[in-house]
Design a protein around this ligand. Structure first.
Ligand code: ACM
Length: 511
C-alpha cells in the first residue's frame, strides 16, 4: 500500500487516491491534445532522459483514442476550481485542467510522478483532484541590488512555476540601481544602472526585454508584478535626477552597519555601492516628484498586462510620518488612476488615506512587532487585502545556518523546517478571506550570480509553495512527510540544471 504522503509530490495535492500498479512510459507513448503545455511536457521529458516523448505528438487535428501508456492533455472548465486539474493514471494518463493554468499545474504533478527505476520510466496509478488554497502564490526577485538578465529571469520563472507559483514580483529599483528603461526619464537607466551592490556589474531591461519577461512568465502562468520602490530606496533616482531627491539621511544603524561591513556611506549624486537602508527619499512636497511618479507609473502600466503595480513604501526612515503619509496617499491614487491595483509594503498602511483597494505586503515577523500588524490591517479596513511575506519564514535571502556563505541574518536564520512551519492566516488579526496568499522574496545584496540566487531559493521555495498551494490540514501536510517528498525533487532539479542547497535536514534521493 502506498500512502498519499509517500508520493514524490511538492506541493501536496488536495486529494489523492493511489491504486496498485504503474503506467510505463515508453517509446510508444503518445501525447494527445492541442495545448501549448504539450511542448513544455516534451521538452521537460527530454531533459529528464525520456526521449521518446519528444517525437510522440500526433499530427495537428488528430483526435485518436489514447492507447495504453499514452498521455492525454485537455481543458474542461467543469472539472474543478480555477487553476485546478484532475490527473488520472491507469492504462493511460489523462490531465484535465480547469483552464490552461490548471493543465500546466497538472503537468508539473505528472512530471514529479514520472520516475525511472530498473524497469524503466513509469507513473504510478493515481487519481488526483487538485486546486490551490491561495490565489496569490508569489516569489520576488530583487534585480536592483544585483542585476539578472532576461535569460536568468526566465530560468527563475521556469524553476518557480514548476512549483506552482503564479506571481513573479520583480523589485526593479533600489538605492543601488534602476533596472527598467523609462522613455520619459531616460537618465534613470543611462546614469543609474551600470553597477550593482559591492561595485559588481549592473544592467537594465529595455522595454523589449521587459515585455519578453512578461510574455515568458505568462507562458508559465505567472503574473508579473513590477515594483518601483518609493519614496525611499531611491538613491539611484538622485544619481540620474538630483532635483528629485533629498540629501542622504545617515541614521545610526546605517553608519554602524557600513562601518562593520567596510562599505562606503551614500553620497548625494554618486552611485551607492553599499547595502545600507533608510537613507534616501524623493522630495515629497515638490510637484515635480509627482510628475515623475505619474510618468513612471504610466509607462509601467502600459507594458504590464497584469492587474498589479507595486510602489514600495518600505524603510523610509529619514522621512517624517506626515510626509510619508502624504506620499502614500498620492502615489497609491496615481496607480489607481493608471488603471492598476496598487501593492505596497505594509508601512504604507500607516497612511490614513491610502487608495481604497490597495494590497498590502506584510514583511514583519511571524509574531508582529510594534505598529506592523496595525499598518497591515489598515489595508483591509480600506477594502484591500494582504500578501503575507513574514520575514522570519519567507525571506529566501536569510542564511540556512549561521555559517552559510550566502545571505543575511537580520530577520532570522531560516532552515528548511523553519521555512515550512508557519501559517499565513495565523500572523495577523484579520479575516482569513483578506489573505490573498503568500510571497517569498529573494533580496540580492549577497547573490552575485543567478546560481547564488538559486542556492538560496531552492529548496526553501518548495516549502513556501506547499504553504501557498496545499490545504492547511490533511494527510502528509506536515514536516515529516514534506522533508521526504522534498528529497524526491533532487533528480528533477538536477535534470533542469537548477542549483539547490543540499540541506542536511532533507533525505535527498537519486531518482
Ligand atoms: C523589505 O524587506 N525592506 C521589504
Amino acid at each position: 500500500m502506498v500512502f498519499t504522503h509517500q508520493l514524490p509530490l511538492v506541493p501536496l495535492p488536495a486529494a489523492v487516491v493511489v491504486h496498485d500498479g504503474r503506467m510505463p512510459v515508453t517509446a510508444t507513448t503518445r501525447v494527445h491534445g492541442s495545448s501549448p503545455t504539450i511542448d513544455i511536457l516534451t521538452a521537460a521529458a527530454a531533459r529528464r532522459g525520456v526521449p521518446s516523448l519528444a517525437a510522440a505528438i500526433p499530427p495537428e487535428g488528430t483526435a485518436s483514442e489514447p492507447a495504453a501508456g499514452d498521455i492525454v492533455l485537455r481543458v474542461d472548465p467543469a472539472v474543478t476550481a480555477s487553476e485546478g486539474y484532475r490527473l488520472s493514471v491507469g492504462a493511460h494518463a489523462e490531465i484535465t485542467g480547469a483552464d490552461e493554468a490548471g493543465l500546466f499545474y497538472g503537468l508539473q504533478t505528472l512530471l514529479q510522478l514520472l520516475r525511472e527505476d530498473d524497469a524503466g520510466w513509469s507513473i504510478p496509478h493515481v487519481e488526483i483532484e487538485d486546486a490551490p488554497r491561495f490565489t496569490h502564490r508569489g516569489v520576488m526577485l530583487d534585480v536592483a541590488r544585483h542585476f539578472f538578465d532576461v535569460a536568468e529571469v526566465k530560468r527563475f520563472i521556469d524553476a518557480t512555476s514548476a512549483l506552482k507559483f503564479n506571481r513573479l514580483h520583480l523589485h526593479l529599483t533600489d538605492d543601488q540601481g534602476w533596472r527598467l528603461h523609462i522613455d520619459s526619464w531616460p537618465l534613470l537607466t543611462e546614469r543609474s544602472s551600470s553597477t550593482s551592490a559591492g561595485g559588481d556589474p549592473g544592467g537594465f531591461y529595455t522595454k523589449g526585454d521587459y515585455r519578453e519577461i512578461v510574455a515568458h512568465a505568462a507562458s508559465r502562468h505567472m503574473v508579473l508584478i513590477p515594483e518601483v520602490d518609493l519614496p525611499g530606496h531611491t538613491h539611484a533616482v538622485g544619481v540620474a535626477y538630483p532635483e528629485l531627491v533629498e540629501d542622504p539621511v545617515l541614521n545610526d544603524a546605517l553608519v554602524a552597519q557600513s562601518e562593520s561591513l567596510g562599505q562606503p556611506l551614500p553620497v548625494a549624486g554618486e552611485t551607492y555601492l553599499g547595502w545600507g537602508v533608510g537613507h534616501s527619499s524623493v522630495r515629497i512636497r515638490e510637484e515635480r516628484t509627482y510628475d515623475f511618479v505619474r510618468d513612471v507609473v504610466r509607462e509601467l502600466a502600459e507594458m504590464t498586462p497584469g492587474p498589479y503595480l507595486h510602489i514600495g513604501g518600505d524603510e523610509s526612515l529619514g522621512t517624517s510620518q506626515e510626509d510619508f503619509d502624504h506620499f502614500a496617499a498620492r502615489a497609491t491614487q496615481i496607480v489607481v488612476d493608471a488603471g492598476k491595483i496598487p501593492v505596497a509594503w505594509h508601512e504604507m498602511g500607516a497612511a490614513a488615506d491610502i487608495a481604497g483597494g490597495t494590497v498590502g505586503q506584510y514583511w514583519g515577523m511571524k509574531a508582529p512587532r510594534g505598529t506592523h500588524a496595525a499598518e497591515a490591517a489598515h489595508f483591509v479596513e480600506r477594502g484591500g487585502a494582504l500578501i503575507m511575506s513574514a520575514a522570519d519564514a519567507t525571506y529566501l535571502d536569510m542564511k540556512y545556518d549561521e555559517n552559510y556563505p550566502l545571505g543575511l541574518t537580520w530577520a532570522a536564520v531560516i532552515d528548511v523546517r523553519t521555512a515550512y512551519e508557519w501559517e499565513p492566516t495565523a500572523v495577523l488579526d484579520v479575516p482569513d478571506a483578506a489573505i490573498l496568499g503568500t510571497e517569498a522574496p529573494l533580496w540580492s545584496e549577497t547573490t552575485r550570480t543567478i546560481d547564488d540566487v538559486e542556492h538560496l531559493v531552492f529548496p526553501r521555495a518548495a516549502a513556501e509553495a506547499e504553504i501557498a498551494w496545499s490545504p492547511q490540514h490533511g494527510e502528509g501536510r506536515e514536516w515529516s512527510s514534506f522533508r521526504e517528498r522534498l528529497g524526491t525533487l533532487a533528480p528533477l532539479w538536477k535534470a533542469e540544471g537548477t542549483r539547490f542547497h543540499p540541506a542536511a535536514e532533507i533525505p535527498w534521493s537519486d531518482r
